[in-house]
Ligand binder design. Structure first.
Ligand code: G6P
Ligand code: ZN
Length: 573
C-alpha cells in the first residue's frame, strides 16, 4: 500500500476487498501516535462511488482509535482545498485545529463501481502528507496485523448538518463551503469581482465536471459574485462523474472547450454563422476541485503561463497586495515563472512534481527557515494556488484570474480586456515559453520502466550518452546534457531523487521524461517540451507547431516508440 504522488489510488474492487480500506486507514491513524487521542479529524471526499460507505467506516475506526471528534462535510462532500481550509480555519470547542484530514478521492481519475477510489491525508497544517509521513504509513502497512473499529453503531446521517455521538466520539456534519468561503472572502476583493461579473459585456462558464467543485462554484460564483446560474455546467456531484474523466484539460473538458470556441488541440474553431460569441471567461475543475483550467474567448491558457501571469499581476489580488516574497513551480512546469521572478525580484523555487513539496516552503518561517510568504505556486498539471491554504485550489485560480480581469477592466466604459489580451501582453513583456506535454497513457509498465532506465544510464555514463545525442543530432538538435532531477528540501533537508529525466539542448530547449505517479494501472509516460522565444514578433505562434521538431528529436533520443510501441500520444496539453 504505497501511496503515489497524491495518496493511495486503486480500483474500487480492491478497496472493497476484505479489510483493505480498514488496513490503510488504521495505518494512517496509528501513524499519528499519541496525538490521536482526543484529536479532531476532518473527513470528506469528492463524492465518487464508495465515498459514503468509506466515510462511515472511517468514523467508526476513528472512534475506536480514541479520536475526540470528526468534522465531516454534509453529504460526505469536501473538496481538497476545502479540507485544507477547514483544518486551518475551523476551531474546535477548545479552540484547537484539526490534527488530520482524510480525503476520499482519486482526483481526476474516473469514478464508479469499476473505476478508481482513493485516500489521501493531510497534516495539521492542512498540507498533503509529506514524503516522510507517507513513508511512515507505508512502513506500517507492511506489518499491520489488526485494526480497531466499533461493532453495531448506526450509520451517521451525512445529509443533515448537526452533531451526533458515535461510541463516545463527537461527529459534526458541517456545511462544506462555510470555512472555505470565509477564507476566500479574506483573500480576494469580492466587491470588485462582483462589479466585473455585473458588466454587461462580461460572461463566463464554469464546468465542475460533476465533481466536488460544483457546490463551491454555486456558492461563490452565483451566490457571492452574482453570476447567472446558467453559467454553471455539471455542478451537481455524481458518483461516476457522468461517466466522464473529471480532468480539466482540452481533451476531457471538450464541451467547455468547444463552447469557448476551441478544438481539442487548442486551435480556434471556425465561428458558426449567426452563433453567439463564446463567453469571455471559462474554467473547469477536476473531481476534488483542486485543479483548474482557464480559458478565454477562443483562448487556452497553459497552466505554466497561468502561473506566470498571476505572478506578474499579483498586486491585483489583495492577499498579494504587498508583492510576492517567493513563488515555486514543479520542475516539469515551464520556466515562464522564473522570468517574472527575475524581473520583479522575488525568489523562485523548483520542486519535484507533487503539491506536498510546496508545503514546507509555505511554512518555512514556522519551521525555522526564512519567511517566504506571501507565496504563489503552481504546476503544469493544472494546479495553481497560494499559502491561503496548503493544497492547490481550483476556484482560487478562477478568482485570481477574475481579479486580474477586474483590475484591467476598471473603466466600465472602455472595451473589455479579455484573457487572451492579458496573456499576449505578458508574452510581449517577458517573452514566451512555448510549452506542451505529451501523455502516453496505459503503456506496459515494463517498456516504460526500461525507457526510463535507459535514460538514466545515459545521464550517468558518457558512452551511453552518445546514442541519444546522435539521434537528436540527426534531427537537428544538439543534446548537451541528460540528468535525473533530485531535490533537497531547503527546509527539512530531505532528499527526493529520481524525479524526472531532463534533456537540455544547445539552444535552450528542454525535454523532460517522467512516469506518472497518479495512475492505478499500467504506466503513463509524460514528455514535457519547452522552448523559450524572446523575440516579441515570434511569440504568437501555435505551441504544437513550434514544438514539433523538438518533440521529434526528444522522442527519438529516448527511443520512446521502440520501448512503448506508441506512435502518438493519447493526450496533448
Ligand atoms: C496530483 C498532485 C499534483 C501533481 C500531479 C502529478 O494531481 O496533487 O501535485 O502535479 O498529481 O501527476 P502525475 O500523474 O504526473 O504524477
Ligand atoms: Zn485533484
Amino acid at each position: 500500500m504505497r501511496p503515489g504522488t497524491s495518496g493511495l489510488r486503486k480500483k474500487v474492487k480492491v478497496w472493497q476487498g476484505e479489510h483493505y480500506l480498514e488496513n490503510f486507514v488504521q495505518c494512517i491513524l496509528e501513524a499519528q501516535g499519541d496525538a490521536l487521542k482526543g484529536a479532531t479529524l476532518v473527513v470528506g471526499g469528492d463524492g465518487r462511488y464508495h465515498n459514503s460507505a468509506a466515510i462511515q467506516t472511517i468514523i467508526r475506526m476513528a472512534a475506536a482509535n480514541g479520536a475526540g471528534q470528526v468534522w465531516v462535510g454534509q453529504g460526505g462532500l469536501l473538496s481538497t482545498p476545502a479540507v485544507s481550509a477547514m483544518i486551518r480555519e475551523k476551531r474546535g470547542a477548545e479552540g484547537e485545529r484539526a490534527l488530520l484530514g482524510i480525503v476520499l478521492t482519486a482526483s481526476h481519475n474516473p469514478g464508479g463501481p469499476t473505476e478508481d477510489f482513493g485516500i489521501k491525508f493531510n497534516n495539521a497544517a492542512g498540507s498533503p502528507a509529506t514524503e516522510l509521513d507517507t513513508e511512515a504509513v507505508y512502513a506500517l502497512t507492511q506489518t499491520i496485523a489488526a485494526y480497531k473499529t466499533l461493532d453495531g453503531t448506526p450509520d451517521v446521517d451525512l445529509e443533515t448538518v448537526g452533531v451526533t455521538d458515535v461510541g463516545g466520539m463527537r461527529v459534526e456534519v458541517v456545511d462544506p463551503t462555510e470555512d472555505y468561503v470565509r477564507l476566500l472572502r479574506r483573500t480576494f476583493d469580492f466587491g470588485r469581482l462582483r462589479a466585473l461579473v455585473a458588466r454587461p459585456d462580461f460572461s463566463m462558464v464554469y464546468d465542475a465536471m460533476s465533481g466536488a467543485a460544483g457546490p463551491y462554484a454555486k456558492r461563490v460564483l452565483v451566490e457571492e459574485l452574482g453570476a447567472d446560474p446558467a453559467c454553471l455546467l455539471r455542478c451537481e456531484p455524481l458518483e461516476d462523474f457522468g461517466g466522464g474523466h473529471p480532468d480539466p484539460n482540452l481533451t476531457y473538458a471538450d464541451d467547455l472547450v468547444a463552447r469557448m470556441g476551441l478544438a481539442a488541440d487548442g486551435s480556434v474553431l471556425p465561428a458558426a454563422e449567426g452563433a453567439a460569441e463564446p463567453p469571455v471567461f471559462g474554467a473547469a475543475a477536476d473531481g476534488d476541485g483542486d485543479r483548474n483550467m482557464v480559458l478565454g474567448r477562443r483562448f487556452f491558457v497553459t497552466p505554466s503561463d497561468s502561473l506566470a501571469v498571476i505572478a506578474a499581476n499579483a498586486q491585483a489580488i489583495p492577499h498579494f497586495k504587498d508583492g510576492l516574497k517567493a513563488a515555486a513551480r514543479s520542475m516539469p512546469t515551464s520556466a515562464a515563472l522564473d522570468r517574472v521572478g527575475a524581473a520583479l525580484g522575488f525568489r523562485v523555487f523548483e520542486t519535484p512534481t507533487g503539491w506536498k513539496f510546496f508545503g514546507n516552503l509555505m511554512d518555512s518561517k514556522a519551521l525555522g527557515g526564512p519567511d517566504l510568504a506571501p507565496f504563489l505556486c503552481g504546476e503544469e498539471s493544472f494546479g495553481t494556488g497560494s499559502d491561503h491554504v496548503r493544497e492547490k485550489d481550483g476556484l482560487w485560480a478562477v478568482l485570481a484570474w477574475l481579479s486580474i480581469l477586474a483590475e484591467r477592466n476598471g473603466d466600465p466604459g472602455a472595451p473589455l480586456v479579455g484573457v487572451g489580451d492579458v496573456v499576449r501582453e505578458h508574452w510581449a513583456r517577458f517573452g514566451r515559453n512555448y510549452y506542451a506535454r505529451y501523455d502516453y497513457e496505459g503503456c506496459g509498465a515494463d517498456g516504460a520502466n526500461a525507457m526510463m532506465e535507459a535514460l538514466r544510464a545515459a545521464a550517468d555514463d558518457s558512452a551511453a550518452f552518445a546514442a541519444p545525442a546522435a539521434a537528436a543530432k540527426q534531427r537537428g538538435f544538439e543534446l548537451v546534457s541528460i540528468d535525473d532531477f533530485s531535490y533537497t528540501d531547503p527546509v527539512d533537508g530531505s532528499v527526493s531523487a529520481r524525479q524526472g529525466v531532463r534533456m537540455a539542448f544547445a539552444s535552450g530547449e528542454r525535454a523532460v521524461f517522467r512516469l506518472s505517479g497518479t495512475g492505478s494501472e499500467g504506466a503513463t509516460v509524460r514528455v514535457y517540451l519547452e522552448r523559450f522565444e524572446g523575440d516579441v514578433g515570434a511569440t504568437q505562434g501555435r505551441a504544437s507547431e513550434e514544438l514539433r521538431p523538438l518533440a521529434e528529436a526528444a522522442l527519438a533520443a529516448a527511443r520512446l516508440q521502440e520501448f512503448t510501441g506508441r506512435e502518438a500520444p493519447t493526450v496533448i496539453t
